[in-house]
Ligand binder design. Structure first.
Ligand code: PMP
Length: 445
């Protein structure tokens, strides 16, 4: 098969367009932190696949756990009164790492359905407890919460809204807490205060009795790695409590050591009512998500009876035993295997080294927490003017870096995003940053 034939079968429209633009990359194999395509071109992965392969490729313990589970019990439904040992064990372990009070786990396949599950749990809860009008959801501009029919409306990227009548009349967005581009300047307290005010006034406009929940990522990933001011989650928790609405924290990207600790919300001492997890849960070795809900929500759903009907929710592959066995092996790597500790240590080196790029005239800001980072490119450092979009600077940096052995992502052509796996060494970080610097310098020269 030629490359174009393969793409045709894979994904006719998108892949072919990509192929015509710059040639599709068809991956063939992976090891450690490297990917190799079908033409034998080997690159260092600076994005953990799609922010998910947090443990790196080829981890033997994960592969063996999957093989053993496939032999023993390849499938068991998580529906009805059935379960499997690896899924039960995993649920207990997730609860033990999550903020205290998140006691119930609903498993799914990926981040999008985790967000759908969160929405459905919240709606069930309010219906079951006699508050059916509480059905409005508020998210942040630049937020990403998946591409499912419900979640795509909470996602604030217009590309995901076209033709699907989302955001629905019950889905709203308030400005993102983005210190670098905030109108009042990069003053943390001012940015935080304006986000709190925006949430308060949106709830006042809709009526608190009609608002179910506020949803946010601890750090906005797909929106361009926007790091909010310190204390953001705590401020949102407090505001939601005051307003009488629930807090959903979407840690699909930030979970599992991406920002340092296992979960960002737990590290910041914030207990959401619902926590969505995916990606690093199985580190890309299998599809899986988990939605953790509070005991209060669970009791409301279970005992409220939802007009006497059961909670009609779940999927064939929810709690899949092979995915669960993989997730258990991946969790072992984070904890006993030392990957969380390694990520935190190497993350400090990453921060010091990547920050040096701020000396380049075309770099407006370097944002980084742990192993999650972005470099924002500008045409003018003082005015923070964005580079001319028609010049596709981000794509060109990406393309140059790819040719020179490094893969990562660009957002809107002005933000370069990085999410190296937690098994990176300091020397691997040096290669990453040196190649990024060389590619930026080449493209902006
Ligand atoms: N929530 C967040 C914060 C995400 O970053 C993503 C994916 N990038 C999703 C939800 C959706 O996850 P998935 O692509 O696995 O459906």
């Amino acid at each position: 098969l030629t490359e174009i034939d393969r793409c045709h079968w894979l994904h006719p429209v998108v892949a072919l367009q990509q192929h015509e633009r710059r040639g599709a990359t068809i991956w063939d194999s992976a090891d450690g932190i490297h990917l190799t395509d079908v033409n034998g071109h080997r690159v260092q992965d600076a994005f953990s696949g799609l922010w998910c392969v947090n443990v790196g490729y080829g981890q033997q313990s994960v592969i063996e756990a999957a093989q053993a589970q496939m032999r023993k019990l390849p499938y068991a439904t998580g529906y009805f009164h059935f379960a499997s040992e690896p899924a039960i064990r995993l649920a207990g372990r997730l609860v033990s790492h999550a903020p205290k009070g998140l006691t119930r786990v609903l498993f799914g396949q990926g981040g999008s359905d985790a967000v759908d599950t969160a929405i459905r749990c919240v709606r069930y809860f309010f219906n079951a407890t006699g508050r059916p009008d509480k059905k409005h959801f508020i998210g942040l501009q630049r937020g990403y919460h998946g591409s499912s029919a419900a979640g795509s409306g909470l996602t604030a990227l217009p590309l995901f809204h076209r033709y699907f009548d989302v955001p629905s009349p019950q889905q709203h967005h308030i400005p993102s807490p983005n210190p670098y581009r905030h109108a009042d300047g990069p003053d943390d307290a001012a940015v935080l205060a304006s986000t709190v005010r925006a949430l308060e006034s949106k709830v006042a406009e809709l009526g608190a009795d009609n608002v179910a929940a506020f949803i946010c990522e601890p750090i906005q990933g797909s929106g361009g790695v926007i790091i909010p001011p310190k204390g953001f989650l705590a401020a949102m928790r407090k505001t939601c409590d005051t307003l009488g609405i629930l807090l959903i924290v979407d840690e699909v990207i930030t979970g599992f050591g991406r920002t340092g600790p296992m979960f960002a919300c737990a590290a910041e001492g914030v207990r959401p009512d619902v926590l969505t997890l995916a990606k690093g849960l199985t580190a890309g070795y299998a599809p899986m998500s988990a939605t953790l809900i509070s005991e209060e929500l669970y009791q409301g759903i279970a005992e409220g009876g939802c007009d006497g009907t059961a909670f009609g929710h779940g999927q064939t592959y929810g709690g899949h035993p092979v995915s669960a066995a993989i997730a258990n092996a991946v969790l072992d790597l984070y904890t006993d295997g030392g990957l969380l500790t390694n990520g935190e240590r190497v993350g400090q080196h990453f921060e010091a080294k990547l920050k040096e790029l701020e000396e380049l005239p075309c770099v407006g800001e370097v944002r980084i927490r742990g192993m999650l980072a972005a470099v924002e490119l500008v045409a003018d450092k003082k005015t923070k003017a964005k580079p001319d979009a028609t010049l596709r600077m981000g794509q060109r940096v990406l393309e140059h870096a790819f040719e020179n052995g490094l893969v990562f992502r660009a957002f809107n052509d002005d933000i370069l995003g990085f999410a190296p796996s937690l098994n990176y060494t300091e020397a691997d970080i040096d290669v990453l940053v040196d190649r990024v610097r060389a590619s930026i310098s080449h493209v902006f020269s």
